[in-house]
Ligand binder design. Sequence first.
Ligand code: NAP
Length: 286
Amino acid sequence: MSARIIDGKAVAARVRAEVARDVAAFTQEHGRAPGLATLLVGGDPASAIYVGGKQKASAEVGIRGFDHRLAEDASREEVTALIEALNADPDVSGILCQLPVPAHLDGVELTGLVDPRKDVDGLTPLSAGMLALGREGLRPCTPEGVMILLEEAGPTLEGAEAVVVGRSNLFGKPMAQLLLGANATVTTCHSRTSDLPAVCRRADVLIVAVGRAHLVGADWVKPGAVVIDVGMNRVDGVLRGDVDFDAVAPVAGAITPVPGGVGPMTIACLLRNTLKAARMAAGERA
Ligand code: NAP
């Protein structure tokens, strides 16, 4: 194996320690801690675990948690009223509406109701627009986490060929925008891309977020490339990435493992965003 392993767990721990330090300073200065409200509609077990993890991580860095849970059959009006109350609550710096929501609700519509100044998931139309315009704003947590890992891995993004596989609003599109902002030459691929392996082989930086276990093999990767695997796939109870790690590691220059790569960065960046939102609300530069 030749690739350097990018240790997302270690980087996330460092980010969380920095956030904890800065939250303590913020709390002392302003007399109240930043607050993160999570909103979960229904009883999806995986979502309940994610929300619980986010609340636990918040408490660990000194962020105040507001854990709101509504019944599976909660009406649009009920959810809307709660989001509006959280928008108006000065103790709440950030709001996260856990997706997916039950089928009778529209997750995109509900996310869009969050005050963009509290949009710690970076998913409202205003946050997406600010990113597209290259203006300051709250960024989606997973792509932001990947940018931190890329800084850590050390490739020069300026002028590099970056290929993002996947074009979701949650990850692929904002990832491509962030890379463009860092002056990479960016190609975004999807299920209709012709000759995907050939496009991937051009990449100095290859980022894969598809949701298909071991889609990317060694012959998709340029020797020495930095490979970031965002995929999380349960196969026979085991968590696997979109990249065949054992096959690709001898070819790549650096690579993230699954688990322990991108995953831990998402919550770390959510905590960072909550502090950033609190600072912006207090009129400070984030
Ligand atoms: P998504 O909304 O399902 O999007 C998947 C994307 O992959 C789509 O753009 C789709 O193309 C493309 N795609 C599907 N099959 C393909 C193929 N055979 N070749 C090329 N492209 C293909 O998924 P997502 O929310 O972006 O998530 C993707 C993966 O990342 C999942 O495994 C998810 O669990 C993981 N994830 C992890 C984190 C984390 O915290 N670590 C966060 C977010 C996502 P079309 O647009 O043409 O359909």
